[in-house]
Design a protein around this ligand. Structure first.
Ligand SMILES: Cc1cc2nc3c(=O)[nH]c(=O)nc-3n(C[C@H](O)[C@H](O)[C@H](O)COP(=O)(O)O)c2cc1C
Length: 143
């Protein structure tokens, strides 16, 4: 069985907390989780796996963090056809346009967004959000 990668970028730790909880959900189903900061992984590793999760907050006009996550996502888009991708991230204001744009990019590339939409939270993840993350981790193992 492939391990499940949960790849994230997080400036102040909110999205990182979500990533770790998704990892806990994966582990609770007896699967191996690799929760890894985006700068430490080559995108091509994900080419080999059918299911994974990506997390990033909006960092400037509803955009993904530009130094690491944006180029990483641009690479993943090239082989996203048929992949099942969980998305998540914390945001600071507004209506989560960054997340709907992000999901739309992957859908255009032929991927499926696990649970239909990303898990989002305003600021620090609360209990309810952490539960959603844990459940997302479990769901990744059922695919
Ligand atoms: C430079 C910068 C740009 C940001 N741009 C947005 C934005 O466009 N929309 C938004 O909702 N939040 C924005 N935020 C807020 C962050 O997304 C928010 O603080 C989030 O919780 C950070 O998650 P993290 O702790 O995982 O880094 C911005 C924050 C910074 C520092």
């Amino acid at each position: 069985m492939n391990k499940i990668y949960i790849v994230y970028w997080s400036g102040t730790g909110n999205t990182e907390k979500m990533a770790k909880m998704i990892g806990e959900g994966v582990i609770s189903e007896g699967r191996e989780a690799e929760v890894i900061e985006v700068s430490k992984l080559k995108a091509e590793v994900l080419k080999e796996v059918p299911v994974f999760a990506l997390g990033c907050p909006p960092m400037g006009a509803e955009e993904l963090e530009e130094e690491y996550m944006e180029p990483f996502v641009a690479e993943v888009e090239k082989f996203a056809q048929g992949k099942k991708i969980g998305l998540f991230g914390s945001y600071g204001w507004g209506d989560c346009e960054w997340m709907s744009d992000w999901a739309a990019r992957f859908i255009r590339a032929g991927a499926e967004i696990v649970n239909g939409t990303g898990v989002t939270v305003l600021g620090e993840p609360d209990e309810e959000t952490l539960d959603k993350c844990y459940q997302l981790g479990k769901n990744l193992t059922f695919l």
